[in-house]
Design a protein. Structure first.
Length: 579
């Protein structure tokens, strides 16, 4: 959860127009907004809103930084207001305030270009999170525009005095322009170059390529090796495409764009993409790691768009669609099933809320057995509904969007603590970074630990692949809990943000080696070596290791040979609602 101070740093200089026909809701919301924004003007309906928007533009020559509007209003509806504003300023940032029963309309509005939405009634935490994201984007866009203008002004000044400048200054100017428009790692033109081209051409065909799980490669082999792999991949793409028909760009991170020129052969787009994908999948890339040359193939996902306006935005949408559906590539079209996805989210939200109300959120337990035969259990969140057991992968991400995630965590903590209160075994509960960075959740954990007296037997598992924003928070949480006698496990170790040096600071009690590594130690030498390295390092620090995903007798034997301390997986035990 984003804190108030961080949000205020982005919102403090921004102006807001708030449009709401309900007077009591309007007054209450303006009071909240006023704590964050420099200026808050309110309008009583859509008609009043568009009038005030125009008045500010005419009087000051600039519009509001942000418009927040309800949907259902007399005279001019929120949807009509958005359309009118976008006719004046297509880039205007707009947040819609809506109830969930209007989610099908929100999908349409998202396509129309709104920045975000807030669920009614407006909750402080929800508002702060949305305000932080939207304001951060507004400030970043403003800074980019300023930077672009400064660069433009600098170039104009340089042109006027270029004959008076020395060769050294001229070379320096060329260097600055190179850094602005080219990626220093691959020497390819970058996002700025691509955007400059797209600003000058109303329509274009682009292919957006993303390397799957590239962060995992960085974590295992190190960032320098990751950089080498990016350079090799970019060279491979340059050798693959025809420079007469296409231009290759390097975007941020692990994304590339192929821009197809108007003179490119008019084959079917799918045929072009298929050929590129096949060449990439068949190519073997080399990584030098620990005096060995390791061969690896890269998984990719691609989205593409043919002769359309805003091609980069639409290709990105197609890429996202492909990732969600685990497809190799998807071509953008207006028929992408986004409304269905929105309806699925709506149905999932209803399932979550009904499960909370009806007591259908329950813990399942999976055995963790050490090498001496001693047993402990991991508690796993499940929803049991209409005779079906529903896994977190089917609802947890939606719960984070809908604001129900915290309640689910509280239910799991309370039911797990209660179940083991009068038992002797140790047991573990999974916590995310969102949980441990929430002060109210920390107070709740302290209360429940004291209420059920489980401090010496509970283990909190922190998921290592979570997107950690502040590493200090993790350290403080671990220290706080260990003072109470609570043990800490780093879950999915080897898949995310933690490296060996961080472990020296975190000092956890357990390392749970990521299942994606363990499951292949019988067939992949690299996985075996990585596991051995983790175990040796943990043993030297006095940290117990846990092997997850033990799915066969062969894996079980190998984990024992590697001197792993604890074992978990379907081969030993499947999760159950009872121990």
């Amino acid at each position: 959860m984003v804190d108030v101070k961080a949000t205020y740093e982005y919102t403090k200089d921004l102006s807001v127009l708030y449009v709401e026909d309900n007077e009591s809701v309007r007054d209450a919301s303006v009071s909240i907004f006023g704590e964050f924004f420099a200026l808050v003007d309110s309008a009583i309906d859509g008609e009043d809103g568009i009038n005030k928007y125009k008045e500010k533009l005419e009087a000051e020559g600039k519009s509001y930084d942000l418009v927040i509007t309800d949907l259902n209003m007399p005279k001019v509806s929120g949807a009509e207001l958005i359309e009118l504003i976008h006719e004046i300023n297509f880039e205007q940032s707009i947040v819609v305030v809506s109830a969930y029963n209007e989610s099908h309309r929100l999908i349409e509005l998202i396509d129309a270009g709104i920045s975000h939405f807030i669920q009614k009634p407006i909750k402080p935490n929800q508002f702060i999170n949305v305000a932080y994201k939207v304001a951060k984007n507004i400030v970043a866009r403003s800074m980019l525009a300023t930077q672009h203008q400064l660069t433009k002004n600098l170039n104009e000044d340089l042109e006027s005095i270029v004959q008076k400048r020395t060769k050294e200054l001229h070379l320096k100017n060329e260097e600055l322009n190179y850094q602005l428009f080219y990626d220093t790692l691959t020497t390819l033109p970058n996002r700025n170059s691509l955007c400059q081209y797209l600003n000058e051409h109303t329509q274009a065909s682009v292919v957006l390529i993303n390397i799957n799980n590239f962060k995992h490669i960085n974590d295992i082999y190190g960032i320098p090796n990751g950089d080498i792999l990016i350079k090799d991949f970019s060279q491979f793409l340059k050798d693959t495409i025809n420079p007469e028909h296409s231009t290759l760009y390097k975007l941020s991170g692990d994304e590339f764009v192929i821009l197809c020129h108007s003179n490119a052969p008019k084959y079917t787009a799918a045929n072009k993409i298929q050929k590129i994908a096949e060449k990439i999948q068949q190519h073997v890339f080399k990584i030098a790691y620990k005096n060995e040359v390791i061969s690896t193939e890269l998984g990719i996902t691609m989205g593409y768009i043919c002769e359309e306006e805003n091609p980069l935005e639409k290709a990105s949408l197609a890429l996202s669609h492909a990732k969600k559906r685990r497809k190799l590539f998807v071509q953008y079209s207006e028929n992408l099933n986004l409304i269905e996805a929105g309806e699925q989210d709506f149905n999932t939200i209803k399932l979550i809320k009904d499960a909370i109300k009806d007591g259908e959120v329950i813990p399942h337990f999976q055995l963790i057995q050490n090498k001496n035969g001693q047993k402990k259990y991991e508690t796993l969140m499940r929803i049991e509904h209409n005779g079906q057991v529903i896994l977190p992968s089917q609802f947890l991400d939606v719960a984070k969007k809908s604001g129900d995630y915290e309640q689910l965590t509280r239910i799991m903590v309370d039911k797990s603590f209660k179940y083991f209160a009068n038992r002797k075994e140790e047991f573990s509960v999974n916590l995310s970074y969102d949980d441990i960075s929430d002060q109210e959740m920390l107070l709740y954990l302290h209360e429940k630990i004291e209420e059920y007296g489980v401090a010496k037997r509970v283990i909190f598992e922190i998921v290592e692949s979570e997107n950690i924003e502040d590493f200090t928070i993790v350290k403080e949480f671990i220290s706080d809990m260990q003072k109470l006698g609570v043990k800490i496990a780093i879950d999915d170790f080897g898949s995310g943000y933690t490296n060996y040096s961080y472990l020296l600071q975190l000092k956890p009690d357990f390392l749970k080696i990521d299942g994606s590594i363990i499951k292949n130690i019988d067939t992949c030498e690299d996985s075996y070596i990585i596991t051995q390295s983790i175990v040796d390092f943990a043993n030297k620090l006095g940290i117990e290791t846990v092997a997850e995903y033990i799915h066969s007798e062969e894996i079980y034997k190998l984990t024992k040979e590697l001197n792993i301390d604890n074992f978990q997986g379907f081969f030993l035990n499947k999760p159950s609602s009872k121990v």
